[in-house]
Design a protein around this ligand. Structure first.
Ligand SMILES: [Fe+2]
Ligand SMILES: [Fe+2]
Length: 135
């Protein structure tokens, strides 16, 4: 079952970024489906790694735009990105050591984090980046 369903309310009005958010949602949904069908640890770790890798790619894309155009809210926004990266690194260590498994709480955390971040923090840059001609 899909945990997160894309709706237009998630759109930040910048198509390159919407496409990246859709990729992140797809990976989180893949992870959720793997959890529900009791996939092996190796498969769970592989999907989690994809989530971690693509999160880095996406955050860098946003942050490069902030730097390029001098976005005022950049420090607070980057701090939120940084906090999630720390949490993902921490989770990865726990998964690797077998101390933790991906369960409903982890999936709910990822779901809430991503949708809240898109709806509040990412939406805040829409007007600024659109005015700079970012598509
Ligand atoms: Fe984003
Ligand atoms: Fe962001």
């Amino acid at each position: 079952m899909s945990l997160i369903v894309w709706t237009d309310s998630l759109s930040v009005g910048i198509s390159s970024i919407d496409e990246q958010h859709k990729v992140l949602i797809k990976i989180i949904n893949d992870l959720n489906e793997a959890m529900e069908s009791n996939e092996t640890d190796a498969i769970m770790k592989e999907i989690f790694q994809r989530l971690s890798d693509y999160t880095h790619v996406h955050f860098k894309y946003e942050e490069d735009l902030f730097d390029e155009y001098g976005y005022e809210e950049s420090p607070a926004h980057k701090a939120q990105h940084e906090a999630l990266i720390c949490t993902l690194n921490d989770l990865k260590q726990k998964l690797d050591s077998g101390e933790h498994k991906i369960g409903i709480e982890v999936m709910q955390f990822l779901n809430r984090w991503l949708t809240d971040h898109i709806m509040k923090t990412d939406h805040a840059y829409t007007k600024f980046l659109q005015e700079k001609g970012v598509e």
